[in-house]
Write a protein that binds this ligand. Structure first.
Ligand SMILES: O=C(CO)COP(=O)(O)O
Length: 238
């Protein structure tokens, strides 16, 4: 099965640098003969109608469940439609833990956007203290993060991103990823990506894990050359 790669820019890149990045990636995908889908999540200010030849899909890192309205600082469907954006990241741990999104709000957002037909990348993952409490605690934590989420939705991609591995350089071991992915797959039968300090040096090992359908990459995706080298690695695994 072909692997899904996705790049989460978080609060990095400008409109101009995103344009350059997309052009570089598009050219390299052509040269490599990379035919799989690549999802990019630039900041909202860099969303655009990119003119690309390959399967590059642009998603939003966040949006408010509204077409338009009075939600200061937020963007809704009207702003996404301008750039043909039909893909959305929901449930990222930074939005849960730093921006304070509750499971109730996340579920409301999810339901709203699936009704609009959006492709959803839905993130789940436990903090360190839960991991240290063992598999049973992890399972319970992940079950709670799936509360109110219609997991039968056809356009759903899940991402398992343990909080302790995000931006820390501390990647989960292949064994732990395999065990946790198999636990999640028992609950939800959907494509499942791993995220958390994925980089060119560990991508091949991670993509080879049974039950790992791709990677959601933060830090190591921000540099176009680094991302291109990961496309090359993913292509050789297919
Ligand atoms: O949060 C992530 C992707 O959504 C992962 O971030 P890092 O790759 O920087 O650990």
């Amino acid at each position: 099965m072909s692997k899904i790669l996705a790049a989460n820019f978080k609060t990095n890149h400008t409109r101009a640098s995103t344009q350059e990045y997309v052009e570089k990636l598009d050219t390299s995908m052509g040269e490599l003969g990379y035919l799989d889908d690549l999802y990019l999540f630039p900041p909202a200010t860099a969303l655009n109608n990119f003119n690309v030849k390959n399967s590059i899909h642009i998603g939003a890192q966040n949006a408010y469940p509204t077409i338009k309205g009075s939600f200061t600082g937020e963007i809704g469907v009207e702003q996404l439609e301008e750039f043909n954006v039909k893909t959305l990241l929901i449930g990222h741990s930074e939005r849960r833990h730093i921006l304070g999104e509750t499971q109730e709000f996340i579920a409301k957002k999810y339901i709203w956007f699936i009704e609009k037909g959006f492709k959803i990348f839905y993130c789940i993952g436990e903090p360190l203290e839960v991991r240290e409490a063992g598999d049973k605690a992890v399972r319970q934590y992940l079950v709670e993060q799936l509360e109110g989420i219609d997991t039968s939705y056809e356009n759903l991609i899940l991402a398992y991103e343990p909080v302790w591995a995000i931006g820390t350089g501390k990647t989960a071991t292949a064994e732990l990823i395999e065990r946790t992915h198999s636990m999640i797959k028992e609950m939800v039968d959907k494509p499942l990506l791993y995220g958390g300090s994925v980089k060119p040096q560990n991508l091949a090992e991670i993509l080879a894990v049974p039950g790992c359908d791709g990677a959601l990459i933060g830090t190591a995706s921000w540099d176009a050359e680094s991302m291109i080298s990961m496309l090359e690695i993913a292509k050789n695994i297919d």
